[in-house]
Design a binder for this molecule. Sequence first.
Ligand SMILES: C[S@@+](CC[C@H](N)C(=O)[O-])C[C@H]1O[C@@H](n2cnc3c(N)ncnc32)[C@H](O)[C@@H]1O
Length: 271
Amino acid sequence: MAEAGIADARREAMLLVSACLRVDRAYLLAHPEAAITRTQQRRLDCWLRRRAAREPLPYITRRVWFYGLELAVGRGALIPRPETELLVELFLEWASAQSHPHTPRLVDAGTGSGAIALACLSRAPQWMGVGIDRSRRALHWAQLNQRKLGLDTRLLLIQADWLNTLRPRSVDAVLSNPPYVLPDEWDALQPEITRYEPRSALLVPANDPLSPYRQIAQGARLALRSPGLLALETSPRLAAAVAEVLRECGFSSPRVRRDYGGAERIVWATQ
Ligand SMILES: C[S@@+](CC[C@H](N)C(=O)[O-])C[C@H]1O[C@@H](n2cnc3c(N)ncnc32)[C@H](O)[C@@H]1O
C-alpha cells in the first residue's frame, strides 16, 4: 500500500486486518500469532487491493466514527469529517441554553449518512429531527444508521430539495454541511475523494457557488420559529460571503466560528 502513495500504510493495513478479523487493534498487537481463516484471507486481499487503488478506508470497512457514534457508510454517502463535529458542538451548546414549550425539532439539510442529525439527537434526548437529502443512495445509509442507533422513531428522513418541503415556523434549528468545494480546488484533492466520494455532495454549482447557502438560508428564514438557530459549515474561502448571504436573507448578526485548526468553519445566526 505504501507504493500506492498511502501515507500511513502500516497503520491502515493494521486497521484493515482488525476490521477483517473483527477484533480491535490492541488484541492484534497482543496476539500476533492470531490465526486467519481462508475466507478472511481472501476478504483481506480484496480489501488491500481496493485500498491500494485509493478507495477510502471507511468505504471498505463500511464503518466510520463520528462524535462518538459508529456509523455505517459506503458509496453514495459522503464520509463524515471530524471538522463537522464542530457543528454538533455548536448546536448542543445553543440547545442547552433554550427551553421550549413544545418538542423542539432540528433539520439536517443534506444529511448524507445522517451523521449530524444522529449525533445531535443522541446527545439532546428531548429533540426530534428531520434529515433531508436529494440523494436516495445517501438516504439509504442514513436509514441504516438511524435503525442501528435506535433513533428511527426520532428522525424522519425525507428525499427533497433543501428545505422546500418544510412548513413555515415548524422547526427550531437548521443545521447543514452543504457542498463547498470550489471547482478550482477539485484537482488538488486526494484521489480517495475525487474518485470515490459523490461529486454532488462536494462540489458547488460552478455558475453560483453560494446558491446552496442561499437556498438553505431562505428556507430557514421561513421554516424557523423564534428563537431559532441556523448553523452552516463552510470553507475559510467562503465564510465571509456566506455570512453576507445570511444577512441578505434577513439574519441580522451572523457569526463565524473557527475550527481547531484556526480556519473559519461555521457561519451561524439566530432569529
Ligand atoms: C457535504 S455533504 C454532507 C453530508 C453529511 N451531512 C455530512 O456532514 O457528512 C452534502 C450533502 O448535501 C446533499 N445535497 C446536495 N444538494 C442537495 C439539495 N439540493 N437538496 C438536498 N440535499 C442536497 C448531498 O447529497 C450530500 O449528501
